[in-house]
Design a protein around this ligand. Structure first.
Ligand code: MN
Ligand code: MN
Length: 461
């Protein structure tokens, strides 16, 4: 009676069978592998494209026509990717969409980053997304990204991941001399202009001029990659943690790794769409870029590129007509697959515990996000929340509800509102994370597996 009447959350690990445990740990190993291979949005696109290709998905560009059961994808400028499985049902009845993002907070290089100072060469960075700057000092960092030369030639760079690669770091002040720094507010104690990556210290022997260390670094880069200093202007180089994602805890129940916001939801939703066979509704997935800086830009969710992909599907189904796209969107349902701030017992005072997600307790529904009185939230309709609940309850998928922190403590947003603006029913639904936006974010393997099962159940409805 009590169990029936009350909404109690349960620790998901409590009554799992041996077989379920095995599945969870196997799935998590595969996810950890993905994390280690996909530290930037471009790398995630490459990885996901291969997963899709290996499972029968084809670039929509190579398909002349589409019909039921076809699987297609579209890559938007190497930084975001959309995929679809054409369902049996009339597409006018709407799509089942799940969307996450594959960009993560990090340090980008400035357009003219290389300089030398008192015996060291550095690269200047400009942080991307919401970071706590002090977390990026005194840790091993890797350099990932692309240089595009003026003639269009593209050079991929990935240094700091292999065992024999060097790593890079940003130095911090020794405590002995940090009295003044330690008195400062955390927010300003490490300044953005001081997040300078240490990259070398050997001067060039043949050269008598100044800045010979910088010159030596440029010589090395030229030998290895064929680039000149000017090529930094047209580069996208991201500085990310060099350490690897790993199982966390004596019981290995958790995962620590960089970029789990939001590659955890991105990976699990891709795994879900790969499993789809004969779905009624057309299933669509979105892996977006630029979420961490407001979803702007032509690879962000605010761009028209996603609409173009759906229009292209309608064209190739041979059914496109005026206003059909708008009508389809109006009839569509979406899970905005993004992470939630899990309750951290050490910082429990920022959460309201009845409305905060707990690690190991299943997938999280955020009816709304936003800040200061839900501002900026799309706020899912009760009728739609009921439909999603019904899917999870009928499939026995553990779920919890959450809002991001106590009222007026802060807040956040996702891509949900952008899709809601098109008329789509949207709710945020993802994995709870500790240390979000830090170089080493924490998730529970139980929740990771739950999100895969939840996304799969959604696609099958
Ligand atoms: Mn996110
Ligand atoms: Mn984020």
């Amino acid at each position: 009676m009590q169990e029936d009447l009350l909404f109690n959350r349960k620790n998901g690990w409590e009554d799992l069978s041996e077989k379920e445990m095995e599945e969870i740990f196997k799935f998590s190993d595969e996810y950890i592998y993905f994390l280690n291979k996909s530290k930037t949005e471009r790398e995630a696109v490459v990885f996901v494209k291969e997963m899709l290709e290996n499972n029968g998905f084809r670039d929509i560009e190579v398909k002349q026509t589409l019909s039921k059961g076809d699987k297609v994808y579209f890559i938007n400028r190497e930084k975001s990717i959309y995929a679809a499985v054409i369902g049996n049902d009339l597409i006018e009845k709407g799509l089942n969409i799940i969307g996450g993002h594959i960009d993560s907070p990090r340090l980008d290089l400035k357009p003219n980053p290389l300089y030398e100072d008192t015996g060291f060469a550095y690269l200047k960075t400009h942080y991307y997304g919401g970071i706590k700057k002090y977390q990026w000092t005194a840790i091993p960092l890797a350099i990932h990204g692309v240089f595009v030369k003026a003639n269009g030639e593209k050079i991929h760079v990935n240094i700091g991941e292999e065992e024999n690669d060097p790593i890079f770091t940003i130095t911090d002040l020794l405590p002995h001399l940090a009295n003044e720094q330690m008195e400062k507010k955390l927010k300003v104690a490490i300044e953005g202009e001081n997040l300078n990556l240490l990259i070398g210290s050997i001067p060039n022997k043949q050269q008598e001029e100044k800045e010979t260390i910088k010159f030596n670094i440029m010589k090395l880069l030229n030998e290895k990659y064929g680039i000149k200093q000017r090529d930094f202007v047209s580069s996208e180089i991201e500085i990310v943690p060099a350490f690897k994602a790993k199982s966390l805890g004596f019981d290995k129940s958790m995962i620590a790794g960089y970029g789990q916001d939001d590659r955890v939801c991105s990976y699990t939703l891709i795994r879900a769409i790969l499993d789809l066979q004969n779905s009624e509704k057309t299933a669509v997935c979105i892996l977006s870029d630029k979420e961490e800086i407001g979803s702007m830009g032509n690879t962000g969710m605010e761009s028209q590129a996603f609409d173009m992909f759906i229009s292209e599907i309608l064209n190739k189904l041979g059914i496109n007509k005026p206003n059909l796209l708008e009508k389809i969107f109006f009839n569509s349902k979406m899970l905005s697959a993004d992470v939630d701030a899990g309750l951290d017992p050490i910082y429990a005072n920022v959460s309201e515990k009845n409305n905060a997600s707990l690690l190991g307790h299943g997938i999280v529904l955020n009816k709304y996000t936003g800040a200061r009185g839900k501002a900026g939230a799309s706020d899912a309709n009760a009728e739609y929340v009921a439909q999603i609940r019904n899917i999870f309850e009928s499939e026995n998928i553990p779920y919890q509800v959450s809002e991001m922190g106590k009222i007026d403590i802060g807040g956040g947003g996702t891509i949900a509102y952008i899709l809601a603006n098109k008329g789509i029913e949207v709710i945020d639904c993802g994995v709870p994370v500790l240390s979000m936006h830090s170089p080493y974010e924490v998730t529970s393997k139980f929740d990771v597996y739950c999100s895969y099962k939840a996304y799969k159940a959604f696609y099958n409805k």
